[in-house]
Design a protein around this ligand. Sequence first.
Ligand code: FMN
Length: 201
Amino acid sequence: MATLLYVKSSIFGDHGQSSVMAEQVIQRWQQANPNGNIVVRDLSVDTPPYLDGERLTAIMTAASDRTNEQQAVVDYADAIIDEVMTADAIVMGVPMYNFAIPAQLKSYFDYLARAGVTFQYTENGPVGLVNNKPVFLLFARGGQYQGTAADSQTPFLTTLFNFIGLTDIHHVYAEGLNMGDEVKQQALADAANRIATLPVA
Ligand SMILES: Cc1cc2nc3c(=O)[nH]c(=O)nc-3n(C[C@H](O)[C@H](O)[C@H](O)COP(=O)(O)O)c2cc1C
């Protein structure tokens, strides 16, 4: 059975514009995969705690030497990784908050990128260990920054996903959402048109 992983990070939950766009992608995926399984990782509800020294130590400690508390940390991190490893496609809402991805999403990536599991360094440089699969990114922004230096999100996500082996990335931008109703409605309509053309299978 095909599995779609939906990573939601809007602090407005299902009302966030990134979530609304993500739902449009999910609807298309469901039409193509009527018996498919959808896994939701809602980072505004289940917010990953910062990866601090204690948590990193837990992850680095051999399984046989871990305390129960350390094992709980590893179980949490493993679940994040397993969801990405086993998904056939990934849909991710990406709001822009203060010129960056949401802190919750950065925290999520700090658990997802794990040496020896999702990437490894070799003599020839880093190699991603996640099987390639489509990643659909739904960007929601109050202003308009696509293609400018203020868009820190796109290069960061491209680098991160490529690093772990995911190179089939599809971008949808809804920009200018705080620039008046006309601009907003046009941006959402353009995004919906783009979503309708995504290679969702
Ligand atoms: C705390 C906060 C910070 C924001 N910072 C920015 C920003 O730096 N640049 C921008 O274009 N929009 C900014 N916005 C507007 C959001 O990008 C916009 O509301 C977008 O719809 C957020 O996605 P969401 O609706 O999925 O949560 C900010 C909104 C909030 C709530």
